[in-house]
Design a protein around this ligand. Sequence first.
Ligand code: COA
Length: 146
Amino acid sequence: MNIKIREMTIDDLKTLSSILTTQFDDFWNISILESELKNDNTFYFVAVLNEEIVGFIGIHIICDEANLMNIVVNKKFRNQKIGSKLLDYILGFCEIKNLSTITLEVSIKNSYAIELYKKFDFEILGKRKGYYNGTDALIMTKYFDI
Ligand SMILES: CC(C)(COP(=O)(O)OP(=O)(O)OC[C@H]1O[C@@H](n2cnc3c(N)ncnc32)[C@H](O)[C@@H]1OP(=O)(O)O)[C@@H](O)C(=O)NCCC(=O)NCCS
């Protein structure tokens, strides 16, 4: 599968807006993505297969720490390593930027995502009670060797 990863652009939002809620899960919001792209501390990348956007990932950077804002793969393309490719790419990006950690919150019910993060050596550091509409979130962090 020839997946290419590149930076997300404002033009991508036009493409994504028509498919975001139907093909990527209904909790992603195009106006949030739009404001994310205007933020200088925010970096978003898309995974492209045959010119179709099949996934995206975004981080905020504060000082030497990244916060993973989201990672999502088109429902039709899940479980084919696209999420792994996006995560691997963003971890490389963090290392190029000399960051020391990357942290995220994930619902305790999201076992696929938790497994994905564990494969990339994220550690569970704590829990946020009721973080997702009453469902607890795990706080997971990966440390880079600096
Ligand atoms: C989480 C998500 C990004 C993973 O993307 P993906 O392309 O499907 O993931 P990959 O194919 O790279 O799988 C990586 C690992 O995740 C786990 N996993 C992913 N999908 C799985 C499935 N359907 N069944 C079991 N394990 C699964 C496995 O551990 C897998 O590793 P393996 O293939 O070596 O067993 C994707 O499921 C998604 O978009 N989910 C909705 C959005 C979301 O919940 N994002 C996380 C927010 S914190």
